[in-house]
Design a protein around this ligand. Structure first.
Ligand code: NAD
Length: 470
């Protein structure tokens, strides 16, 4: 990947400026919305398992404090720098606004390749980084709430929780200081799959738009669409899983070591099992090996889902991309110039700030759960089931008919936490797409510009209605 050579914040700001031309706000306000409010940079020592000392570099950027807490993942990556963290924090501001999650945007990063450190070393890095945030009042349920991102997951979130809540001894809402935690440690059911599930909803909404698909000469619906997914981590794996379940055919999967391709479709879980067994997706029975992940992006397909890292579609390879629809699972996978070229060719790009917003949406649900100190559905589930049963009995009494045990089970079941979370996520993604689609049509712009117009409008409203301090 070439991400380190392309300044990412400038890319995000190009999209911002394109959309800003369609809104009617004072230039100073637009400049304030665009600016990254603060960046904390830290260098700290790590004692490695062999006793040597290594300096670790980290960042936390709070792009916009127009709403608090700020929110955004923590990335462990060897390529990360201040520009990338600021860009990712900016994307979080716009993403939260777009899906009506009441947070400002933030992002954190530690410059390490997590595959090259032991679990004990990663734990020390995570805890020290958390301590540094805590010491500067940059973490807390009402201040700034991290989450998983590239290279981190529930394990790191549990360490962050333990460190932060130990330091905040006695703080009653301490569980809400981080999201994406294991369910047993205050996490919410459905969070692990949420970003990928959201990517699926985004694609589903896009391909179900009969008018758009007709204009592109594509049959509406996901059924039978040939899909390529790059990155089989949290976002890519779950996106591929739900797309496959929704009727898409996964023709290629790409990882660090290369890619596998099969015209008839790959069985995702069998590919994952093969990778676990052999350490690589390559050599999967019945599939053709593709030497590099980048080459896989150029294979003929209907839908491309880049879900690994930024800047994978650039001026260098854009002319060789064949997909008609690109769904941005990762943040910033297409450079701004490549994006313009794709749009000119009639490619539909479903933009990152909408597509991968499912993660922060369900993180918001987790935070609400933590502040309420109770699992969703706990109070009403039994009550709802009993009410449903009474209704059924009433229908049986009136009709003289009996429901089968299976129908009865289905009709009386009430939602538990996972069903409620998934329902809230689907509602969020469907409603947000409808807003984008309306702006896209009204203004005659692409979906990304529509997304930025919408996000800028919502952030501007917060500034205009609250006023500017002091
Ligand atoms: P992850 O660490 O779980 O997975 C990333 C995967 O990409 C890994 O399996 C890694 O081996 C693979 N990868 C690395 N280089 C690759 C290459 N050259 N080609 C193909 N695969 C490669 O990370 P993630 O959480 O899935 O994040 C992926 C992207 O999605 C990032 O851009 C992140 O910012 C974004 N995102 C994540 C979340 C979330 O909830 N985790 C939410 C929103 C956006």
């Amino acid at each position: 990947m070439t991400s380190q050579h392309i300044p990412m914040f400038a890319q995000v700001n190009k999209y911002f400026d394109k959309a800003a031309a369609y809104v009617d706000h004072p230039p100073g306000l637009l400049a304030q919305i665009k600016a990254c409010n603060s960046v904390f940079r830290i260098s700290f020592p790590l004692k490695r398992d062999d006793g040597t000392i290594e300096v670790i570099h980290g960042w936390r950027a709070q792009h916009s404090v127009h709403r608090l807490p700020t929110k955004g993942g923590i990335r462990f990556s060897p390529q990360v720098d201040e520009d990338e963290v600021s860009a990712l924090a900016a994307l979080m501001t716009y993403k939260c606004a777009l899906v009506d999650v009441p947070f400002g945007g933030a992002k954190g990063a530690v410059r390490i390749d997590s595959t090259k450190y032991s679990e004990a070393e990663l734990e020390r890095v995570t805890r020290r980084y958390t301590y540094e945030l805590f010491a500067k009042n940059l973490i807390g349920p009402g201040v700034d709430v991290p989450a998983p991102d590239y290279g981190t997951g529930p394990r790191e979130m549990a360490w962050i929780l333990d460190t932060s809540s130990s330091l905040a001894n006695g703080q009653i809402d301490a569980l809400g200081c981080v999201t994406g935690k294991p369910v047993t440690q205050g996490g919410v059911r459905g969070r692990a799959e949420s970003t990928g599930r959201g990517v699926y909803f985004a694609l589903r909404e896009a391909v179900n738009d009969v008018e758009d698909m007709k204009a592109m000469g594509i049959t509406p619906g996901l059924d039978g669409k040939r899909v390529i997914v790059q990155g089989l981590g949290n976002v890519g794996y779950h996106a591929a899983k739900f797309i496959q379940e929704g009727g898409g055919i996964i023709v290629a999967l790409a990882e660090r070591e290369g890619a596998v391709f099969c015209e008839k479709g790959l069985d995702l879980d069998r590919v994952m099992a093969h990778r676990k067994e052999t350490g690589s997706i390559l050599g999967f029975a019945g599939a053709r090996d593709v030497a590099t992940s980048r080459e896989a992006l150029e294979i003929e397909c209907d839908v491309l889902v880049p879900a690994a890292l930024e800047n994978v579609i650039t001026g260098e390879n854009v002319d060789r991309i064949h997909a008609q629809i690109i769904v941005e699972g990762a943040n910033g996978p297409i450079t701004a110039d490549a994006s313009e070229k794709l749009l000119a060719r009639g490619v539909l790009i479903v933009p990152d700030i909408y597509t991968n917003a499912g993660g922060v949406t369900v993180s918001y649900f987790e935070w609400v759960k933590n502040l309420s100190h109770m699992r969703f559905g706990r109070m009403e589930k039994r009550f709802q089931e009993r009410s449903n049963e009474q209704l059924l009995q009433g229908v049986e009494h009136l009709t003289g008919l009996r429901f089968t045990p299976e129908d009865r089970g289905r009709a009386t079941a009430a939602a538990g936490e996972e069903e409620l979370v998934n329902s809230g996520l689907e509602e969020t993604m469907v409603a947000a797409y409808a807003e984008l689609r309306m702006i896209q049509k009204d203004r005659g712009v692409d979906l990304r510009t529509a997304a930025f117009i919408n996000a800028i409008g919502k952030v501007a409203m917060a500034y205009l209605q609250r006023g500017i301090f002091p």
